[in-house]
Design a protein around this ligand. Structure first.
Ligand SMILES: Cc1ncc(COP(=O)(O)O)c(C=O)c1O
Length: 336
């Protein structure tokens, strides 16, 4: 094994194995570790035609004491269950989800980036309808698998702010649609706006509510959070955003640091009045956002370089818990 941990990005790297379970006749198999990163799939599988596919994303870290810990896997199990119900799929139990993550990480120990490198083992649980259907119906067979791949530190230096753009011609999700679920189709739908944003020089896009384009929803793959001028932690609320597990944790830390936490609808027009704005999610934890462009309006927030002081402090605490630099007072980490 010869991995240059410092040059790891966020790409797939082949590892020893993934773990795979099949649901047939109402029961899940015991799960087996499979070396080959390929699936043999029926050509009429519902995942392929009708998007009956949901997934998750979480991380395992090498900690200061030399142990490997999963970060909040139960939260991901619960969110996957929520997504699964929305798409009428067979549901992996919480116990099975946890066991799958543990077994696949244990089988790929040498791919967990060492403590101090800033990297982690990204864990990607995936559930797909594998049984054939020609009519639009739920499958009668499902595959649940968990793959892992090492990923690098996103920030090699300090937290670097980005510019975001609002694209008036695109919406992410409808109020009573599937935006709150982590379904594959949401991400297929995001590819075009993401490409457009990228071509215009913006690494992230900010979505507004699809009824009025008045309220903030979320960024492409992360929640919208802000610190207001009174020091409150503000998280944009909507029925069509994905409930970020990172956001939940950051809210807890913010509250424990004495910040008021407000989860509420946020109007786009409020952004200019915030002291700090950030995108949050598993991949990066916190990405400061210092400029949001909407048409010819340019909204600047927070310090022009670096991260605002409140998000910086919350981020530092969060990261310290992930890698065991400080004790975990919340029971978020699960030893392998
Ligand atoms: C649309 C969307 N919102 C928010 C998030 C952040 O969620 P989490 O903090 O659980 O990674 C993600 C990533 O999973 C996402 O894809």
């Amino acid at each position: 094994m010869d991995i240059d941990w410092q040059s790891l990005g966020f790409q797939y790297m082949k590892t020893n194995s993934h773990i795979r379970y099949v649901w047939r006749n109402g029961v899940w198999s015991q799960g087996e570790l499979v070396d080959e990163p390929y699936l043999k799939l029926h050509i009429a599988a519902t995942a392929l035609h009708y998007g009956q596919a949901v997934f998750e994303g979480l991380k395992a870290f090498s900690c200061k004491d030399g142990k490997i810990r999963l970060f909040r896997p139960v939260e991901n199990a619960r969110r996957m269950a929520l997504s699964t119900r929305r798409l009428c799929m067979a549901e992996p139990t919480e116990e099975m989800f946890l066991d799958a993550c543990r077994r696949v990480v244990a089988a790929n120990r040498e791919f967990v980036p060492p403590y101090g490198t800033g990297g982690s083992l990204y864990i990607r649980p995936l559930l797909i309808g594998s049984g054939p259907q020609i009519g639009v119906n739920p499958a009668d067979e499902y595959i649940f698998l968990v793959l892992v791949t090492p990923v690098g530190a996103y920030y090699k230096g300090g937290l670097t702010p980005v510019r975001a753009v609002v694209l008036e011609n695109y919406d992410r999700a409808a109020p009573q649609g599937v935006g709150h679920a982590k379904v594959a189709g949401n991400y297929a739908a995001s590819l075009e706006p993401h490409k457009v944003a990228h071509e215009r020089g913006f690494p992230v896009e900010l979505y507004l509510d699809c009824r009025e384009h008045r309220y903030v929803e979320e960024f492409g793959t992360s929640n919208f959070v802000a610190i207001d001028r009174k020091g409150a932690y503000v998280s944009a609320q909507s029925s069509s955003i994905l409930g970020s597990i990172t956001n939940k944790g950051l809210q807890q830390i913010a509250a424990d640091l004495g910040h008021r936490v407000e989860v509420r609808p946020v109007e786009f027009s409020e952004i200019a009045g915030f002291a700090e704005v950030a995108a949050c999610g598993t991949a990066v934890v916190i990405t400061p956002v210092n400029e949001i462009v909407r048409g010819d309006q340019v909204v600047r927030v927070g310090p022009p370089a670096g991260c605002g002081p409140v998000f910086q402090e919350i981020y530092t605490r969060y990261r310290a818990i992930q890698v065991g630099d400080t004790a975990d007072p919340y029971g978020w980490t699960v030893e392998l």
